[in-house]
Design a protein around this ligand. Structure first.
Ligand code: NAD
Ligand code: TYD
Length: 378
């Protein structure tokens, strides 16, 4: 991977990055530290099933970067852990979340605890720092960036979501994320906290936990295992490369206007069937691995967002979908130990609960049906 070019000194140099051992958070940490711009980062991560210290191995392997990273294992919902980590930082970037829709259907409470109550604990700690700044005990109050999702808009049959559109979350995951970001906005309005919110679209790339569509299907296909495609497979997602998502978050952190929300789309909208067909082609594996299984309850049909506010702020994504998918497939082929260690232990139990009955009652997917996928396009 090429290192991001050194840039001018960042506005926020001392960061608290929560969830920095996860998929997008670790990319943010790796890329920001690799810039060698003097940034120091404290990662606070509970190391749930989704958190993996190995995601930060490239930082640990570089002595200069390693000195600028501190790793704290802990829960964002634990005020005693959070408060001391806020005293000497310029900004907090909150990636920490339960992030998988299917798990939110199996266990909604974990999402309420982390994605809502955890956010509230972080906000209270940031508010205490703002009060300290008002008393002259620190120079400025910290900025608070909340990483949210396009899923808060709910399913969008036609057109694109704009930041001022009403929220219509439909899964326990998206409901919790919506509540979390509403709390963040309320702290801007009520307490004058310096907040910004990003709403990213479906993200893909290296270090993605294999529970999600793209890495699950790549790793299953490498091992000639069945690929459980939900419903008719014509749901549409807008794919965003992980380094572009992390870069956009960094850009909003630096340049975003306080109190504002920014969509972060990938501008690569595809039916799931098309995405699956593309990755099977890249792997040289047959479509016959795909099985149609019972749909996800409440499955959102489509997400799509308008990007004019973010482009107006000066951000443009860099990765083309074809190149990003190819790089991702190569990464999973070259890093089998990374995902094989995740697909063991707790994983087997999850996989049985999530897919056991579904796969037993599955049907052949017949054809990758590009015509049907094209027809489904709004
Ligand atoms: P992930 O599941 O890969 O990582 C989440 C991280 O948070 C893990 O390291 C986990 O250990 C940590 N964590 C969970 N609960 C915690 C707690 N209570 N305290 C401290 N740490 C905790 O998630 P991701 O895909 O990297 O997503 C990061 C953020 O981006 C989330 O807020 C998610 O809602 C949002 N988002 C994700 C996508 C996507 O497609 N992956 C798209 C848009 C927005
Ligand atoms: P996912 O990666 O879980 O992201 P999200 O639900 O946040 O969009 O799923 C992406 C799409 O792929 C979504 O339409 C659900 C579908 N999907 C499957 O068809 N089979 C699967 O096994 C998984 C995990 C997802």
């Amino acid at each position: 991977m090429t290192e991001p070019a050194a840039t001018t000194a960042p506005r926020f140099r001392r960061l608290l990055v929560t969830g920095g051992a996860g998929f997008i958070g670790s990319c943010f940490v790796r890329d920001r530290l690799a810039r060698r711009d003097g940034t120091t980062i404290t990662v606070l991560d509970k190391l749930t099933y989704a958190g993996n210290p190995a995601n930060l191995a490239p930082v640990e392997a570089d002595p200069e970067q390693a000195t600028r990273l501190r790793f704290v294992v802990g829960d964002i919902a634990d005020a005693a852990v959070v408060a001391p980590l806020m005293t000497d930082i310029d900004a907090i970037v909150n990636f920490a979340a339960e992030s998988h829709v299917d798990r939110s259907i199996l266990d909604p409470e974990a999402f309420l605890r982390t994605d809502v109550m955890g956010v509230h604990v972080l906000l209270e700690a940031a508010r205490a720092e703002k009060d300290r700044a008002a008393r002259g005990e620190r120079a400025t109050a910290p900025r608070f960036l909340q990483v949210s999702t396009d899923e808060v808009y709910g399913s969008v049959d036609t057109g694109e979501s704009h930041e001022e559109d009403p929220l219509d979350p439909r899964s326990p995951y998206s409901a919790a994320k919506a509540a979390g970001e509403l709390f963040v906005h309320s702290y801007f309005v009520t307490y004058g906290l310096d907040t910004v919110v990003t709403r990213g679209s479906n993200t893909y790339g290296p270090y993605h936990h294999p529970e999600k569509l793209i890495p699950l299907f790549i790793t299953n296909a490498i091992e000639d295992q069945q690929l459980p495609l939900y419903g008719d497979g014509l749901q549409r997602r807008d794919w965003l490369y992980v380094a572009d998502h992390a870069g956009a978050i960094d850009h909003v952190l630096e340049h975003g206007v306080s109190g504002e929300i920014y969509n972060v789309p990938g501008n690569n909208e595809r039916a799931n069937r098309e995405t699956v067909s593309d990755l099977l082609d890249l792997l040289g594996k047959p479509w016959s691995l795909v099985r149609l299984v019972d749909d996800r309850p409440g499955h959102d049909r489509r997400y799509a967002m308008d990007d004019s506010k973010l482009t107006g702020l000066g951000w443009a994504n860099k990765m083309r979908f074809e190149d990003g998918l190819s790089a991702t497939v190569d990464w999973y082929l070259e890093n089998r130990e990374w995902w094989r260690s995740i697909k063991s232990g707790e994983w087997d139990d999850y996989y049985r609960r999530q897919y056991g009955d579904r796969l037993a009652g599955s049907r052949e997917a017949m054809t990758e049906a590009p015509e049907a996928a094209a027809k489904a396009k709004p």
